[in-house]
Design a protein around this ligand. Structure first.
Ligand code: FES
Ligand code: FES
Length: 165
């Protein structure tokens, strides 16, 4: 990593399969870089201290709270965000199932749930209800009561093209 004359760090990374470069202060979180530097506002800020999961992204195959990761740490890594879930062909089956099951209300938690649930289905294509609830335990929702979210993940797991992207 290189710092420019203003002390900003030059970050080269890959986001949703595309090479991305940006300058950011070394103390900024990945969440701040996504939203404020790159304009990728799909990733949400809830607590900003690692408790709610609203800011969940996938970093090198692991889900992380982007509010707890420094932006400079993603140099050379593969980052996947909510913006990478839908394709030109349409919504990801999880997104479709969340709509059909009414698994969201205010929507602040939804991108985090979707990114986390996608990682679960890639690891475990047919998870039990207990597995879904355990995996999503780090994602908090103040609106839905969770049952609809769990049903949506179960429904997406039954959709043949769930691994589309
Ligand atoms: S905003 Fe990152 S965990 Fe809540
Ligand atoms: S839909 Fe509002 S916090 Fe989950």
């Amino acid at each position: 990593m290189v710092q420019d004359a203003t002390g900003k760090t030059h970050v080269k990374t890959t986001i949703n399969g595309e090479p991305v470069e940006f300058l950011v202060e070394p103390y900024r979180s990945l969440l701040e870089a996504l939203r404020d530097v790159l304009g990728m506002t799909g990733t949400k800020e809830g607590c900003n201290d690692g408790n709610c999961g609203a800011c969940t992204v996938n970093l090198d195959g692991r889900i992380v709270d982007s509010c707890l990761v420094l932006a400079a740490e993603v140099s050379g890594k593969q980052l996947n965000t909510i913006e990478g879930m839908a394709t030109r062909e349409g919504l990801h089956p999880l997104q479709q199932a969340f709509l059909e099951e009414a698994a969201l209300q205010c929507g602040i938690c939804t991108p985090g749930f979707l990114v986390a649930a996608k990682a679960l289905l890639e690891k475990e294509p047919h998870p039990s209800e207990d597995s879904i609830r355990f995996w999503l335990a780090g994602n908090l929702c103040r609106c839905t009561g969770y049952d609809k979210i769990v049903r949506a993940v179960q429904k997406a797991a039954e959709t043949p093209s769930k691994g589309s992207k």
